[in-house]
Ligand binder design. Structure first.
Ligand code: GN1
Ligand code: MG
Length: 370
């Protein structure tokens, strides 16, 4: 179905002058649409929700409805009370002409339109400590925003998401397939990754065990706070919004903390092919943590703080495992543009994990001082 016909189902003022692919997401298909009016211009984001990843895309939209409603109310109340040092933003759902939150095309795919956060950008790589600090502040503020949401209003968007034991099980199952066996048989590098995972199986369960013991509790989390999901105001340089709200649901906020750090503190990014360049940058980590604690410090318990290092080590391991499993399964989950891409992405995450392990003492010292 033609995109311009599809977007025409939504209630947007003006004439459509541009509609083009946008961003670098690994999951959904995203487009930027520009509408022109006599005196102004409206820019919106058109997205197809990936139904191979999200089993019930309409649940994703119901969740988005609840999350944005809750957060917009809180943002407005805080703005009126003058509680903030800046304008915090969050995308809004643009309804169809019939008043629905989404539309379904001839293939049964769910499409939505949301507002674009204007005069702000997200970056694929950390730009330096100031940027990292603002990313920390944006995540911390987002945790504050969703902290008092009723989890019962949210349907599980992606069963098993950020449950490391589940990813290990899926990996074990994939290992037994013919495709995986032949890929591993043919590659020294793949063999090395198999060994790497074996050596860390126990560590991978540390947060789940802490949750079972009651030391850590589920709260609302973002689920995907990587650096290019954090919008920075072009004028002030301050964090202004978290985007990509599809995975917001009850979970361990440690998963967000670790995921943001594994993304922000790897200055060369997820697609680097020269492993020697992949290191965990402690200056960026310190800056991020400062920003995060300023906004979220008040609701971190002693036990929460106890497990921060574990989350920093766990998330690159978990993502590496997810990339490697997808490589062995034939690249069915993450978008790829070449066959070895998920293998390389896994190598980058495991290299980052090694770099974190090598710096454990000094990272723990930073965390202690927060
Ligand atoms: C996916 O859609 P995107 O690119 O923001 C993935 C994250 C990974 C990330 C790695 C729902 O996020 O968990 O950390 O790729 N999202 C989902 O780049 O699986
Ligand atoms: Mg995402």
């Amino acid at each position: 179905m033609e995109l311009s016909i599809l977007i025409n189902r939504f209630n947007i003022k003006g004439r459509l002058v541009a509609l083009q692919p946008f961003g670098n997401g690994n999951i959904n298909d995203t487009y930027l649409a520009i509408y022109r009016n006599t005196f102004t211009e409206t820019q919106v984001i058109l997205q197809k929700v990936n139904k191979k990843v999200f089993p019930r895309p309409t649940d994703i939209m119901d969740n988005m409805h609840e999350i944005t409603r809750h957060c917009h109310e809180k943002l407005e109340a805080d703005a009126i009370a003058g509680r903030d040092d800046r304008v915090w933003q969050m995308p809004r759902i643009i309804k169809t002409k019939e008043g629905a939150d989404f539309t379904i095309d001839d293939n049964g795919d769910v499409w939505r339109v949301i507002t674009r956060i204007m005069s702000a950008h997200a970056f694929d790589l950390a730009q330096g400590p100031e940027h990292a600090l603002e990313c920390g502040a944006a995540l911390g503020h987002f945790h504050y925003l969703i902290s008092d949401m009723d989890p019962a209003l949210i349907a599980d968007p992606l069963p098993g998401f950020h449950i490391t034991s589940g990813y290990l099980k899926a990996y074990d199952k994939t290992l037994r397939t013919k495709n995986a066996k032949s890929l591993i048989g043919a590659s020294m590098e793949a063999k090395r990754l198999v060994k790497y995972i074996e050596e860390r199986r126990d560590l991978a369960l540390c947060l789940e065990k802490a949750e079972k013991r009651g030391e850590l509790k589920k709260r609302m989390f973002h689920g995907d706070p990587k650096v290019n999901n954090i919008m920075i105001d072009d004028v002030t340089g301050k964090g202004t919004a978290m985007i990509d709200l599809d995975t917001v649901s009850p979970g361990l906020i440690h998963m967000d903390f670790g995921d943001a750090l594994r993304s922000i503190c790897n200055p060369v990014g997820e697609e680097e092919t020269n492993l020697a360049k992949v290191v965990f940058d402690e200056d960026l980590a310190m800056a991020f943590c400062k920003g995060y604690i300023k906004e979220a410090g008040a609701f971190l318990t002693d036990a929460d703080r106890e497990y921060l290092f574990d989350s920093i080590r766990l998330l690159p391991f978990e993502l590496g495992l997810r990339f490697f499993q997808d490589y062995l399964a034939g690249n069915v989950y993450f978008k790829t543009s070449r066959p070895e891409q998920n293998l390389n992405r896994a190598r980058v995450q495991f290299r980052l994990c090694e770099s974190i392990e090598a710096r454990e003492r000094s990272i723990r010292n930073v965390l202690k001082k927060l």
